[in-house]
Design a protein around this ligand. Structure first.
Ligand code: GZL
Length: 332
C-alpha cells in the first residue's frame, strides 16, 4: 500500500501543480457543473466515467447519482455509456487515458478482462476508482472500490425465502449478466443460505441479464414448459427481472406473490409498488446512490490521502409487511 500511496501521491502532486498553472478548461463530453472545482484554483477536475449501460432502473438511478454529484461539485465529467459491452468500456478507458483525465472511474460489466487496460492507466499515472461491481484484478491497479456486498444480498434473500416458505420450495432463479460480480455473488450467497435446507430446491436457473423484458421472456418460456407447473417461488437477481416475470406469471393465469412467492434484489420503487399490490413479496436493497461516496474517494485520491480498499454500502431488506410504510422513504 505504501508503494501504492507514494505512486498516487506523485499523481496528486502533478495534478495540483497543473491546477496552479492552468486556466479553466471545459472540454467535457457532458455538462460540467458551475461552482468551484475541487482544487479551488478555477481549473475543473476532469473525471472519466465508464458506465455499463442503462439496463435497469437501478442503473439509471446510479447514473443520475453520479452525474448530479459531479455537477454539484463543479467537476467536469466525461461520461460514456457502454451499452453493456465490455469492449466499449475498455475503449472508453483508453480514450480517458489519451485525454489525460485526472481520475478514471468505472463499473466493470463483468469480473474478468480488465488487467491490461488498468495497467495502462497506472502507467499513465491516472488513479482508478471502481464503482458498483469489482473487477478480478490485482488490488494495486485501483485506489478503492465502492459498492455493495452481493454475497450478503444473496444470503439475505435466501434466508428470507427459507423462512417464508417454512424450508420447503421449488425455486426458479433469474440470474443477472453472466460473468458479472452481482450475478456470481448473489447466486453464491443464496445457495449458501439454503444449503442447510434440502427441501429448498432451485430446479431452474437462467439469465435475464438484469433486464425486465428478458425476465418476462424467460419466465414465459418456463411457465409453458413441464417443469413450470411445480414452481412456487422465484428468486430474481434484480427487481427489473422480477417485474418482467410478474407480467409473465399473470399472463399465464397465475397469481404472482401468492401462487409463486417472489424475492429479488435492488429495492427500486416499482418493487415496492408491486409488493403493495400483493404481486411481490420481498426485495433486498442495493443502494445505487454511489455519487457522493464516489466523488469523496476521487477527492481523496487526488490529494493522495490513504483510503480503504473497499467501502461497502449498507443495504436493508424490505418485505410485503413494511412496503406501504417504507414506500414514501424510497429515494430511487
Ligand atoms: C448491482 C448492480 C446491478 C443491479 C442491477 O450493484 O450492478 O446491475 O442489481 C443492475 O439492477 O443492472
Amino acid at each position: 500500500m505504501k508503494k501504492h500511496f507514494t505512486w498516487w501521491g506523485a499523481a496528486a502532486l502533478a495534478t495540483m501543480a497543473l491546477m496552479a498553472g492552468c486556466g479553466s478548461s471545459d472540454s467535457g463530453t457532458s455538462a460540467s457543473g458551475g461552482g468551484t472545482s475541487e482544487g479551488g484554483s478555477g481549473k475543473k477536475i476532469v473525471v472519466g466515467f465508464s458506465q455499463i449501460g442503462a439496463e435497469s432502473n437501478w442503473r439509471k438511478a446510479n447514473t443520475e447519482s453520479i452525474k448530479s454529484e459531479a455537477e454539484k461539485r463543479g467537476i467536469e465529467l466525461k461520461f460514456v455509456d457502454a451499452q453493456g459491452k465490455q469492449e466499449k468500456q475498455i475503449q472508453a478507458i483508453k480514450n480517458f487515458i489519451a485525454q489525460k483525465v485526472d481520475v478514471i472511474a468505472f463499473a466493470p460489466v463483468v469480473e474478468t478482462g480488465w488487467k491490461s487496460v488498468l495497467e495502462e492507466a497506472k502507467a499513465a499515472g491516472i488513479p482508478v476508482i471502481v464503482s458498483d461491481r469489482r473487477p478480478d484484478v490485482p488490488e494495486d491497479l485501483y485506489v478503492t472500490f465502492i459498492g455493495s456486498d452481493f454475497i450478503e444480498e444473496g444470503k439475505m434473500a435466501g434466508d428470507w425465502l427459507k423462512k417464508k416458505m417454512n424450508g420447503k420450495a421449488v425455486i426458479a432463479e433469474l440470474t443477472g449478466t453472466p460473468g458479472s460480480a452481482p450475478a456470481n455473488d448473489r447466486k453464491k450467497g443464496f445457495a449458501e443460505a439454503i444449503a442447510d435446507s434440502p427441501d429448498m430446491k432451485v430446479v431452474f436457473s437462467q439469465t435475464g441479464d438484469f433486464q425486465r423484458t428478458k425476465g418476462k421472456e424467460v419466465m414465459e418460456a418456463l411457465l409453458k414448459s413441464p417443469e413450470g407447473a411445480s414452481i412456487n417461488a422465484l428468486y430474481a437477481h434484480n427487481d427489473d427481472m422480477a417485474l418482467g416475470a410478474i407480467q409473465a406469471i399473470e399472463e399465464a393465469g397465475k397469481k404472482p406473490g401468492k401462487d409463486i412467492v417472489i424475492v429479488s434484489i435492488d429495492g427500486i420503487g416499482d418493487a415496492f409498488d408491486a409488493m403493495i399490490a400483493g404481486k411481490m413479496n420481498c426485495t433486498v436493497e442495493c443502494n445505487p446512490l454511489l455519487g457522493p461516496p464516489l466523488f469523496d474517494a476521487i477527492a481523496k485520491a487526488l490529494k493522495g490521502e490513504e483510503q480503504p480498499k473497499r467501502t461497502v454500502m449498507k443495504d436493508g431488506i424490505f418485505d410485503e409487511s413494511v412496503a406501504k410504510a417504507e414506500r414514501p422513504n424510497r429515494k430511487y
